[in-house]
Design a protein around this ligand. Structure first.
Ligand SMILES: O=C(O)CCC(=O)C(=O)O
Length: 261
């Protein structure tokens, strides 16, 4: 599925951008047959044509508003309007993509020899649907880990122009760390203070392109007003020594990746 010239892809320039701005374009990394296979697999999973025990589902809200999302409902029947699917590593086709040698090179460069997977998510916005995901950061008390995560790699399975709800960033916002201890959604007073609306940079991509996303960079995405879905695979990696801090339930043990690389 990976482009054949992967070993020649320069990762230094994207990694420098990632460090400086909190996000970077990696360019086209997934071949069209891989795009087609992973997109088809995404739909099979959403339509229940293939079922994988342990896969996590969250459907779009009926109003299309993020605030109205129903948490904990999981699988609610066949629908192409699931907002996200998590634990993609349970699916062998997705796992093959997650563990590709280009991502291994990048993850080792950023995180060291031992790398684990915090989450592997299908971010889906159905045609003429999907919701506005507000400005947020991917860390904080809710993530329950003992050190800040940094590296996420997002791969487009469809063209994601602005109208389809491409991911947008406030460049360099990651340098200030977490906006709140809890993490997640950035509060309105901070958005205003930092002039987020004016500084927002939409990053449209073609199917098969990938982005590096720092967990702390402020990012968001809009609804999809186009006639095609907008699907992306978001992978969050951790350094292998990161531990889960949760106490109420058994601490999570993160899935090791790139052991062979
Ligand atoms: O794909 C999206 O719309 C959101 C992606 C995102 O927030 C993430 O990867 O952390």
């Amino acid at each position: 599925m990976l482009v054949s010239h992967w070993a020649d892809i320069d990762i230094e320039a994207p990694l420098a951008d990632f460090k400086e701005r909190g996000y970077a374009r990696l360019g086209r990394v997934l071949e069209p047959d891989g795009v087609a296979a992973l997109a088809a697999r995404s739909n099979e999973l959403m339509l229940g044509e293939r079922s994988i025990p342990g896969l996590f589902y969250q459907h779009d809200s009926s109003t299309g508003r993020y605030e109205d999302l129903e948490f904990g409902a999981g699988w609610v029947g066949p629908s192409l309007r699931y907002r996200k699917l998590e634990k993609l590593e349970l699916d062998l086709l997705f796992l093959a993509w997650i563990e590709n040698p280009l991502f291994a090179r990048i993850a080792h460069a950023v995180l060291g020899r031992d790398v684990t997977l915090y989450r592997a998510v299908l971010w889906n916005k159905a045609a003429h649907a999907g919701m506005a995901l507000p400005w947020h950061q991917d860390d904080g008390a809710f993530w329950g880990i003992d050190r800040p995560p940094s590296l996420q790699i997002w791969t487009a399975l469809d063209p994601a122009p602005r109208e389809a709800g491409c991911v947008e960033f406030v460049p360099a916002s990651h340098h200030a760390g977490l906006a709140t201890e809890l993490g997640g959604t950035v509060p309105p007073d901070q958005l205003e203070a930092e002039d987020a609306e004016r500084r927002a940079v939409p990053v449209p991509v073609e199917a098969g392109e990938a982005l590096l996303i720092h967990n702390h960079v402020w990012h968001r995405s809009g609804p999809n007003s186009t006639a095609t879905p907008r699907r992306g695979i978001g992978l969050s990696f951790l350094s292998g020594d990161t531990r889960c801090k949760r106490k109420k339930r058994k601490p999570r043990v993160f899935h090791p990746v790139f052991r062979g690389a």
